[in-house]
Ligand binder design. Structure first.
Ligand SMILES: [Zn+2]
Length: 120
């Protein structure tokens, strides 16, 4: 079977366009998040916020409930920051997840329903 070059090119081109659109939406959402945080004097770098997130999930991944490990932890968003989800980088939407769950959720972000772990 020969390589379907034209089908591959069409798919790759639409994937690249989708990537650029997502990047632009993500940049806009980050900028909007900064403005909202500034106007409300909120900060996700605030120690109290970090403690609240840790206390809420007990230092575990919010999806699989496994203990979080250094270098295997991602800052995550309940509502993803992309053109399908339009989540913000603000307290309440920022959570911690293990890298495996973060990767799986990324593929899942186009679905209507997300699955949280029992601890989440
Ligand atoms: Zn996990």
């Amino acid at each position: 079977m020969s390589f379907p070059a034209s089908a591959y090119l069409r798919t790759a081109t639409s994937r690249a366009k989708s990537h650029v659109a997502n990047k632009l939406v993500s940049m806009f959402l980050h900028d909007l998040s900064r403005k909202i945080c500034t106007s409300l004097e909120l900060s996700i770098t605030d120690a109290r916020y970090a403690e609240a997130v840790e206390a809420a999930f007990g230092g575990n991944c919010c999806y699989c409930c496994q203990p979080l490990e250094k270098d295997r932890t991602s800052v995550e968003h309940l509502e993803g920051m992309n053109r399908f989800r339009l989540g913000l980088h603000i307290p309440g939407n920022v959570i911690l997840a293990c890298k495996r769950c973060n990767g799986e959720k990324r593929r899942d972000d186009q679905l209507d329903q997300l699955t949280l772990g029992e601890c989440g």
